[in-house]
Design a protein around this ligand. Structure first.
Ligand code: B1M
Length: 212
């Protein structure tokens, strides 16, 4: 049984979307559950990718290929997980702030968070303050993640936190910020709950926040 889980993990690490579908079907036919495959093969595979990326042994394209492979397996598993009522680690709403078109880093954060078992609602880039507030109201996420890559767009993070306070929603959600121009000091100044400098760190911090 472990052998097939190892092969699935390896397919994530190697970014092999072609064989992972067949391996996933084969694991299911051998009696493994969708939760087993997610928790014992896909997530450890993505964890490994996160460590290698953090240590600059894997790079952005490797992470994107790993995500594609993971997605190919998730396409098969998602309906089964929903049927089984499988618990996700938590829900995250994510976006790049208003005026900012950089989304490569934010997309990696989404990938790592999905790999860590979170349901991720990606609002995209250039996300208006009101759209973040609406999404928090509608989706009731555990975590709101904001990415900013420009010194000029960092204040939009602060405005969003203030808007959540005004809407009476601030205490309902933990806020994490990041991006190349963002620092831990800045995160503290604007009243965010957390800051992460890389996508794997963002996933680790999210797990700490929800206690998994
Ligand atoms: Co722009 N750009 N850019 N750019 N760009 C930077 C950010 C810049 C640092 C380049 C420079 O001058 N050295 C600079 C910002 C300077 C500053 O404000 N201090 C800059 C500028 C000035 C601009 C324009 C203003 C240029 C111009 O038009 N004059 C313009 C602005 C457009 C706009 O947004 N309104 C602009 C445009 C662009 C492109 C559209 C051409 C393109 C973006 C394409 C895209 O994203 N779809 C682009 C790019 C590619 C870059 C650089 C070269 C690379 C960014 C990137 O994707 N890195 C960048 C220079 C640099 O960073 N070296 C630069 C790879 C990515 C994996 O890393 O995004 O850092 P990163 O994400 C990391 C972490 O930051 C962290 O995790 C990620 C993965 O580990 N992270 C989080 C990110 N979000 C997080 C959220 C979290 C936690 C962690 O919690 C929620």
């Amino acid at each position: 049984m472990n052998e097939i889980l190892d092969k699935i993990s390896k397919a994530v690490i190697e970014g092999d979307p072609d064989s992972i579908g067949m391996l996933t079907e084969s694991a299911l036919s051998k009696g493994l559950t969708a939760e087993d495959i997610l928790g014992k093969a896909l997530m450890p595979g993505m964890d490994y990718v996160g460590v290698e990326f953090r240590e600059a042994k894997m790079f952005v394209p490797d992470v994107i290929f790993a995500a594609r492979a993971m997605q190919a397996s998730m396409d098969i598993l998602t309906p089964l997980l929903a049927e089984a009522g499988a618990e996700r680690a938590g829900k995250v709403v994510m976006g790049t702030v208003q005026g900012d078109l950089h989304d490569i880093g934010k997309n990696l954060v989404c990938i790592m968070m999905e790999g860590a078992g979170f349901e991720v609602i990606d609002l995209g880039k250039d996300v208006a303050t009101e759209a973040f507030v609406e999404a928090v109201k509608k989706e009731k996420p555990d975590i709101l993640g904001m990415s900013a890559m420009l010194t000029t767009t960092m204040p939009a993070m602060h405005r969003t936190i203030e808007a959540l306070e005004e809407a009476g929603l601030r205490d309902s959600v933990k806020i994490m910020v990041g991006g190349v121009t963002v620092t831990a000091d800045f995160a503290q100044q604007i009243g965010a709950d957390g800051y992460a400098s890389t996508a794997p760190d963002a996933a680790d911090m999210s797990k700490q926040i929800v206690g998994v």
